[in-house]
Write a protein that binds this ligand. Sequence first.
Ligand code: ZN
Ligand code: ZN
Length: 249
Amino acid sequence: MHPSSAVAAVLVGLAVSQLATLVTTVYLHRALSHRAVALAPGLTAVLRTLTWVSTGIKPRQWVAVHRKHHAHTDVPGDPHSPKIEGFLAVQLGNVGLYRKVANDPEQVQRYARDLPADGWDRALFDRALVGLGLGIALLVAVLGPAYGLLAAAVHTVSYLLLNAAVNAVGHTWGKQPFANGARNSLLLALVTAGEGLHNNHHAAPTSARMAMARGQIDAGWLFIRAARALGWATVRSRQAERVDEPVAA
Ligand SMILES: [Zn+2]
Ligand SMILES: [Zn+2]
């Protein structure tokens, strides 16, 4: 394995995980879970496919776990609270905590009844291993077997740790401009397409924009704003009722 090619494969893996994190916050989180933004059918199809090949996540399961988190934040019933489970249990074991709710059809039906499986899910998107296999095959086709698998491994670890960090770090370290248990971390926001502005998000879950003050960088919102300029997105709610310092849209 050539060192510079290995570094390139690691960078590709990190880039893929950043893309997957952007898709997660825009599509799974802001569009589906909170209906903060309505996306055009073509863009929805692209983001749905990217979710499938880069994460294998079934959207209705992710939505159910996330809505349950908002319904029971840091109290019994929260699927992934560091205050209940402990920081490391969430940061390193988020997948297992996620699966406890995601694998329970009764809870998925209860929290995501507006997202029943459709024909596309039954034919394609519910087959997580097929999606992940396609994603890995694409990396192998572009980078070759060794570097492709390295990039896939880096992406997997990075994506899981970043998403876990939103739940673990986002309820442990950072500022609390609003009166809720979540935290704002500018650094975490930089590497999670804005998700690190988690205190803002708990203050205004239906806001399509998580940045609410100068210096807060929210790549998810920048993406939604660009999509809106192209006519591909309708923002339903952008700003919290309690935003202290509005940011120019
Ligand atoms: Zn939270
Ligand atoms: Zn949320």
